[in-house]
Design a binder for this molecule. Structure first.
Ligand SMILES: [Fe+2]
Length: 282
């Protein structure tokens, strides 16, 4: 992997890498996209830290365009993730967000999530973005547990400002372009003590109802195990590129009114991946 000598590459535990410029702040645009893409496919999570980044959402969108076809929403390319005064959805609250994958409720599922941290919360205010590497979770799972997971299918229904959808997915699914197994799961928020606005409807089939609680517990244990799980503590200016096909992601709660402002863009694989589990989309 050839990067300019001015870049330091550091491993994250238990997966992912951080790239930082060695000297004065370099422009993030100077990093070769195809070199980054190869690294992304290997590591599943890239953190670009300490670079000059984007002064506007348009600049971010222009950068993401270089990665591939941007997934467009009614609001455009860039989702501004900030706590809102009267949130209609947990995404815009300061609550915990359970692990899930992006695009599960849309017609195409993006491969890349590109986050830009405009403003980080202060130390101690929480709000880390959580990532679970499902390849590692599958690798470390005993065969009996994998067998259990392979019997379950999730049925997910969610209505929010931008869509009203139902999707169905086996817990163990196939990576859209690589053929190996990955986990697809929207973690139930049950157990979260605080306010959770506009929860999705989740139903799981394939096991006797009395075995479902243990199934969720075992899966949660695997997904949050330190061997498979990384929580990213934001610094202003961070750019994080995450593999939405392989990882699941969520958010830790944060102190209300923290100065937490992230921007997120989704970029499709080439070709884009059609969501075969979608039962309806409005
Ligand atoms: Fe998400």
């Amino acid at each position: 992997m050839e990067f300019e000598k001015s870049i330091t590459l550091r491993r994250l535990e238990p997966f992912g890498v951080v790239l930082e410029p060695n000297t004065e702040r370099a422009d993030v645009m100077t990093l070769n996209i195809e070199t980054l893409r190869e690294l992304f496919w290997k590591e599943h999570l890239l953190v670009l830290r300490g670079f000059n980044t984007f002064q506007s959402s348009q600049e971010l969108s222009n950068y993401c365009d270089m990665w591939g076809e941007i997934s467009l929403w009614p609001f455009g390319a860039v989702l501004e993730l900030m706590e809102q005064d009267n949130p209609q959805d947990h995404i815009f609250d300061h609550s915990f967000v359970p692990l899930h994958w992006d695009g599960m409720y849309r017609e195409q599922v993006p491969e890349y999530q590109i986050f830009h941290c405009v403003k980080a919360p202060l130390p101690g205010q929480g709000g880390r973005t959580t990532f679970s590497n499902t390849l590692l979770a599958l690798e470390f799972a005993p065969p009996s547990i994998r067998e259990l997971w392979s019997r379950v299918t999730g049925h997910y229904r969610r209505r929010m400002e931008f869509y009203n959808s139902k999707t169905v997915s086996p817990i163990i699914a196939e990576h859209p372009h690589r053929g190996h197994a990955v986990l697809r799961y929207n973690e139930p928020h049950a157990g979260w003590q605080g306010r959770f606005i506009n929860p999705p409807e989740l139903n799981f089939f394939g096991l006797p109802p009395e075995e479902l609680a243990d199934f969720h517990l075992g899966l949660k244990e695997a997904l949050y195990s330190p061997r498979n799980f990384y929580a990213h503590e934001w610094q202003s200016g961070d750019v994080v590129i995450a593999d939405n096909f392989t990882l699941l992601h969520g958010r830790e709660a944060f102190v209300s009114k923290s100065p937490r402002h992230l921007q997120r863009v989704q970029v499709h694989s080439d070709p884009p991946f059609q969501n075969s589990g979608l039962e309806f989309y409005k």
